[in-house]
Design a protein around this ligand. Structure first.
Ligand code: C2E
Ligand code: CA
Ligand code: CA
Ligand code: CA
Length: 280
């Protein structure tokens, strides 16, 4: 019952957001500044380990619930998947990310932005039409948009997902495999797919700091070596301390994300780096 209430409220929040967008499209102006919508995308920097520079961003959805406060995607994305709202939620995420990319492109500060797609999205070719249409409408270069799909989504419906990935690849949108290592995919199964990046799941990264350290290093090292031999970029998520960052760099991991560098935050607070401090 609590889940039903939350789903109804999520539906209402989406309706409200879509109505505001439609009024904007009709030339009647936006509903107001940030905060007008309960739904918002936050962004977390992807750091190149060798240079410690921001080389990309991951877009992560946030729901500012009127009474519960901030509700995380771990709670509402699964609900949206069960209730058929996920396609509209994904369109919201893509629309927000592409608009933000258009603005950063105009400012000359754009770096690639990765949007998370759910298993439901990537089994449906319509998501490619949506992406193509949004990029064209806002004049954003396809190589500035990336999508992340989980290893489980790829395996669950491979025959439907592979053509979607191929169309995205043809469009120039890079594909990353998220939460890698938690499922049953072997890297060699990715060889013939237009996949550009592997994101090593946080559990392996967390293990690097534990007693199991040597064993985990071997696992990560094996993933990195094989991924590189297939021309894939390797990104580690959930990096919270300096020692882990240096270990990952030593193991050959290309990029990393984590609280060590930055928590996900509103676009203007996160990028360009140092931008938020300029007014201080
Ligand atoms: P994910 O794609 O694996 O995203 C990484 C999660 O780790 C994010 O949680 C991020 O805030 C968190 N994180 C980043 N750095 C650290 C760190 O150093 N330590 C720890 N402990 N956590 C860190 P978040 O934002 O709560 O998202 C949870 C999941 O919800 C995501 O996992 C993703 O699967 C899903 N999600 C988020 N946004 C979207 C979206 O727009 N669409 C869809 N379909 N799913 C989304
Ligand atoms: Ca992700
Ligand atoms: Ca992940
Ligand atoms: Ca995860």
């Amino acid at each position: 019952p609590a889940r039903l209430v939350l789903m109804g409220e999520l539906h209402a929040a989406l309706e409200e957001h879509e109505a505001a967008r439609a009024r904007e499209g009709a030339g009647r102006g936006a509903d107001g500044g940030p905060g007008a919508s309960q739904l918002e995308m936050h962004y977390q920097p992807k750091i190149e380990l060798a240079s410690e520079r921001t080389v990309g961003l991951e877009a992560l959805m946030r729901w500012h619930h009127p009474t519960r406060g901030l509700v995380g995607p771990g709670t509402f994305v699964p609900l949206a998947e069960q209730s058929g709202l996920i396609h509209r939620l994904t369109t919201f995420a893509l629309d927000a990310a592409v608009r933000q990319l258009a603005q950063w492109s105009a400012d000359g500060t754009a770096v690639p932005v990765a949007v998370n797609l759910s298993a439901h999205d990537v089994a449906d070719p319509e998501v490619v039409d949506t992406i193509e249409e949004l990029l064209a409408r806002h004049g954003v270069r396809p190589d500035l948009l990336e999508v992340e799909i989980t290893e489980t989504a790829l395996v669950a419906d491979r025959s439907r997902v592979v053509p979607v990935l191929e169309r995205l690849g043809a469009l120039g949108v890079r594909v990353a495999i998220d939460d890698f290592g938690t499922g049953t995919t072997s890297i060699s199964q990715l060889r013939d797919l237009p996949v550009a990046e592997l994101k090593i799941d946080r559990v392996f990264v967390a293990d690097l700091g534990d007693g199991e350290r040597e064993g985990s290093e071997l696992v990560v090292q094996a993933m990195v070596d094989l991924a590189h031999s297939f021309g894939l970029r390797v990104v580690a998520e959930g990096v919270e301390d300096e020692v882990t960052a240096r270990t990952l760099q030593r193991l050959g991991v290309d990029q990393a994300q984590g609280y060590l560098w930055a928590r996900p935050g509103p676009a203007h607070e996160v990028h360009p780096p140092g931008g938020a401090a300029r007014g201080d």
